[in-house]
Ligand binder design. Structure first.
Ligand code: TPP
Length: 277
């Protein structure tokens, strides 16, 4: 740990706050959208984009770039906010969220610089990410691939096919990050279709697993810095998060998975989040 570590963590926390505020800004511009899963992922995205991923915003298709796939594509407002802050897209694009012919849609679109895969239909990102990781291996390249998954998304069987194949192929350059906010579209995951014991399942599937608090920036950074968690296995970071994190009325409820954002709602959300420096 270097002496400027606390300053680094504070800077990343500011990045996360910017992402959260811009999620609500984008959704307000559109009138609605997925605030719950975008907000739970904000700290993880901040650490990925402003600490971990090796990318070149002015050269988005640089062959050596680390790949990031937002498999839970409905959280695209948060990805767009991260891409804008990183410099892949202009800040003004955030006001074009879900607008006619905008590259910044409800779900990621590869038309937007920095977006690696068009997602939205849940359950595909892990297998495509596995393909990217294998591509790196076949070309003898050292780029890393990270895939962000949702917990409700894991009810799609295709994830488990990807998980099996990744372990079988021993791709240590593949990391999955689970945004484990325990809430899906219509209720709590534990009541709809429980996924516990989560860590044991992935371990049994042959993955190296670490569990963290997905809002503790220090823990996130340390987990990313520890990658790969094992030399010959894919890694999973189970990030325990809160859906709607940062805005009390949206926290831990499926009612704010996707909802309308009136002027009044937007004002309350920004007030609770606080000013970003
Ligand atoms: C194949 C597929 N089925 C259904 C949907 C509709 N849908 C969008 S988000 C969502 C819930 C996802 O829950 P989770 O992965 O827990 O997301 P988070 O809580 O992180 O927002 C569903 C069912 C979809 N996008 N794709």
């Amino acid at each position: 740990m270097t002496s400027n570590f606390p300053a680094k963590i504070e800077a990343l926390q500011r990045d996360a706050l910017h992402i959260r505020r811009n999620v609500w800004r984008a959704l307000h511009a559109a009138g609605s959208g997925h605030m719950g899963g975008s907000s739970s992922a904000a700290d993880l995205l901040a650490a990925l984009y402003f600490h971990y991923l090796r990318q070149r915003p002015d050269e988005p298709e640089w062959p050596g770039r680390d790949r990031f796939v937002l498999s839970k594509g409905h959280a695209n407002a948060a990805l767009g906010a991260a891409l804008a802050r990183a410099g892949f897209i202009d800040d003004s694009v955030l006001d074009q969220f879900y607008a006619y012919q905008s590259s910044f849609g409800m779900h990621p679109d590869i038309k937007m610089p920095g977006v690696e895969m068009s997602t939205g239909g849940l359950g595909h990102g892990l297998s495509v990410g596995l393909g990217m990781a294998l591509g790196a291996r076949m070309q003898n390249m050292d780029f890393r691939t990270c895939v962000m998954l949702g917990d409700g998304e894991l009810q799609e069987g295709s994830n488990w096919e990807g998980a099996m194949a990744a372990a079988h192929l021993g791709v240590s350059n593949l990391t999955a990050i689970l945004d484990y906010n325990k809430v899906q579209q219509s209720g709590h995951v534990g009541e709809m279709l429980d996924l516990e014991p989560m860590a044991d399942k992935w371990t049994a599937f042959g993955w190296a697993v670490r569990e963290i608090d997905g809002h503790d920036m220090e823990a996130i950074v340390e987990a990313l810095d520890a990658l790969p968690l094992a030399p010959d296995k894919p890694s999973l970071i189970i990030a325990h998060t809160v859906k709607g994190k940062g805005v009390s009325f949206a926290e831990d409820t499926y009612l704010w998975h996707n909802n309308l954002v009136t002027d009044e709602v937007y004002g309350r959300a920004l007030e609770e989040l606080g000013e970003a420096e």
